[in-house]
Design a protein around this ligand. Sequence first.
Ligand code: F6P
Length: 521
Amino acid sequence: MKNFDAYSKLEELSLEAKQRHLAGLFNTDNDRFKKFNATMEGMVFDYSKQNITAEERNALLELAEQAELKAWIQKLLSGDKVNHTEGRAAGHTFLRDVNNPKPEVCNEWHKMEELVDRLHSKQLRGFSGKAITDVINIGVGGSDLGPLMITHALKGQRNVNAPELHFVSTLDGTQLQRLLKVLSAETTLFIVASKSFTTIDTLSLAKTAREWVEQHSQSEAGTMQHFVGVSTNVPKMQEWGILPDHQLQFWDWVGGRFSLWSAIGLTIAIQQGIAGFKAFLSGGHEMDVHFQEQPFENNIPVLLGLLGVWNINFLQVAGQAILPYDSRLKYLASYLEQLEMESNGKHTDREGGFVDYRTCPILWGEVGPNAQHAFYQLMHQGTERVMADFVLFATPAGKTERHKYHHNLNIANCLAQSRALMIGKTDQDTHKDYPGGQVSNTILLEKLDARHLGMLISLYEHKVFVQSVIWNINPFDQWGVELGKQIALEILEKIEQKDPSEFDASTQGILHSIWDINHEN
Ligand code: F6P
């Protein structure tokens, strides 16, 4: 990135940008919103509260040109092997092209639809003949976070015949145990969702679930009626005993954190019906078309990505807050933590050299109105520079006057916070002084439904891709998660042998403390 002319230009421009106050940009220009927003049907992207001028934006657009972003977008969308370290395409966009699907994708939609219909019509029955009332998705990371986020957001719009959905991901087992206490084995269906079908988190939980059903059913055949598998690894599903008509497949060209658009999104289809699932896919596809066709100056994912680069690499902003002003988006930040940090949390460029510039920032977030009473203090008066994305819906969640009242209150708070972060407030009493100058974007969506959520998620996927191109890194692998998994297996073995002597003093000390507490030493 540093070799590009635009990089040097941006460095030079940033000297002035670092000196000025964001509020000053508004004081001198009443048309700032008009000049610094981009739109598409159903979405307005306001970036006027970024510390940026038209000249700086143009230099960022030049940077994108020089990094050959246009060609990279083409490569991504045409199925080139952009994930070069694993020799694979990143084909998640193919999953949401509802009017022009690949035959294998269509085939899985049919299988999903059939399962969903059987569930909705109470034809999917357990070992005792009773209809399924509860579905537990067992999966972790990309096999959990996306479907969890979307189904939580759309719970109020669920199909009336849909069974209750539950999500279990943590290998400590407590989430699952809580559910097993209150649910009935006769009427519970488990979805074992795992791209690899080798993840110990998921397989250990699936085994506990299977033992639980078997205790009640007293038969293996009856037990397996309660399990559906979703994976790219059909032989492993088979080996585990998933019945052939309960196996749903996707492909290695779909990354784990991009897999909610595949059969990993089965819970979305169960909750919304297949039409609702396809509305979600269509929303994602609309953003793909926008990404592919819009000139960069009105291209929302391109702008979102470049503004991040401006802040991270030129203005030394280290934190990215995600602040949805709607409690239904409770899991958006967790989802984006994986999407962004697992994708771009890298220090190696495409050629295998170490980068000498910053890449993905630390991203965190919370539902805005709650976060106001938690960590906003740091954003207003702390010592860190932080950039924030506010996500807001234009239409109220319901039709009554009270809905309207809460809606306006919510809008007022969202706008108050982005304004306060921007302008700050000078006070003689330093405890009451706010420096301001904290930058933000506001993503305004028409309403919270499957289609608009599809647009939002696809927007962030493409933002991540744009940044990866500028940083010259591969966003589609995740080698960094392997070491911890490997050490966990080594430690587990030594826990079982009660001999941690080969590990560091901390690891040994903690294990001995645990054994002391349990009188096992
Ligand atoms: O540990 C990281 C990871 O590989 C993620 O990339 C992935 O989403 C998650 O584990 C779960 O993997 P799988 O779907 O193969 O069980």
